[in-house]
Design a protein around this ligand. Structure first.
Ligand SMILES: [Ca+2]
Ligand SMILES: [Ca+2]
Length: 353
């Protein structure tokens, strides 16, 4: 494990041909080696279908996250490098599952595109993680009107994880992709921004909807999209593809898309919004590129309006405050009456007048 450097010194005056064979084995019987397994979505692609390039990083049976993973795609016109992501956006389905991926659309000619994936340590967070259990956990259920609670969700001690905090450098060759149907001529923008799959929304204490998502690109998850279109409704069916255009639009004002892969945040406060406790409001978004290619509608995110109820301490404080103000007003009125009744005859006469 780690970086190894080999130096060869030619002690003879003439040049020599040298060949090297390096055989490696795990340095530790208890720390499993890091494995990189690259593959693509297809071996044969017909233009304009995009190709998704994957790399699965694992250490033992556990996924490995936080690595810098670069795919090098070589064709007869040159080599292009793209970074593969494990952020749950674009081509990547699940965040932090050790599977890194990205769309590839830069087809310049027909032929074979060979793929090589290089992975190395990115920073101190590169590590193995526990595999996420994606099964839905239900805390309980109702049977014949009786609530039955399920056992609590099992917790795992993450401190028992070992390894990961080391330097590494892996280069693995994937199978190549044969591409056909690429038209001759220059680049034409036919690829839309990818579908946003991680839209989230919360109703915050400032009576705002706080939205966040990962920016798509101009061509799927590459580049920068031109604009966004966001809709909201209290019925999620209004936000599906067929109805999306007629749903209520959210004014995004000056919000501009970031470059693909960057997390975006947006605070939205509606006018004339009748805030009722428990109201469900749904949002969806899609991106458009500079050639007016429209991306697919995102996942539908839900916010629940929760009006904070007053705590017992707040209620007691309010009641005490009202009582104190009442007492002060009564005291002022009583003092005024007392002064009038105990004043001088001249004063009383003056008042009588
Ligand atoms: Ca992933
Ligand atoms: Ca595009």
């Amino acid at each position: 494990l780690g970086d190894w450097t080999y130096m060869l010194h030619n002690a003879y005056p003439k040049a020599q041909t040298l060949s090297i064979i390096v055989t490696s084995q795990p340095a530790s019987a208890t720390v499993p080696p890091l494995n990189v397994k690259p593959y693509s979505s297809t071996d044969n692609s017909v233009f304009p279908s995009p190709v998704i390039i994957y790399a699965e990083l694992s250490q033992g049976f556990l996924p490995f996250v936080g690595a810098n993973v670069i795919a090098k795609i070589r064709s007869s016109s040159g080599t292009e490098e793209i970074e593969l992501w494990d952020n749950g956006s674009g081509a990547d389905v699940i965040k932090h599952d050790g599977i890194y991926s990205r769309y590839f659309t830069s087809f310049k000619e027909n032929g074979k595109y060979s793929i090589k994936v290089c992975a190395h340590r990115k920073d101190k967070i590169a590590r193995q993680v526990l595999r996420e259990n994606l099964a839905l956990y239900l805390p309980g259920y109702i049977e014949n009107g009786t609530i039955h609670m399920n056992p609590p969700k099992p917790t795992v001690d993450k401190t028992k994880l070992t390894g990961g905090m080391f330097n590494f450098n892996r280069t693995v060759v994937a199978s190549s992709v044969a591409v056909t149907g690429v038209p001759p001529g220059g680049y034409q923008d036919i690829y839309p921004p990818c579908r946003i799959a991680d839209l989230e929304v919360l109703f915050n204490l400032n009576d705002e909807f706080s939205l966040s998502w990962t920016a798509p690109g101009d061509d799927y998850d590459n580049g920068t999209a031109e604009s966004y279109e966001m809709k909201m409704s209290e019925n999620p069916l209004d936000l599906q593809d067929a109805n999306f255009h007629s749903a209520l639009s959210v004014n995004l004002s000056d919000l501009k898309p970031e470059v693909a892969g960057v997390k975006q945040n947006f605070q939205y406060k509606t006018k004339n919004f009748t805030k009722e406790n428990g109201t469900e409001v749904f949002f969806a978004i899609r991106a458009i590129d500079d050639s007016k290619n429209v991306g697919q509608v995102s996942n539908i995110a839900k916010a629940v309006v929760l009006v904070p109820s007053l705590s017992k301490a707040s209620i007691v404080a309010i009641i005490c405050g009202i009582l104190m103000i009442t007492c002060i007003l009564i005291s002022i009125a009583f003092c005024s009456l007392h002064n009038l009744s105990s004043g001088t005859p001249e004063a009383r006469n003056t008042l009588d007048l």
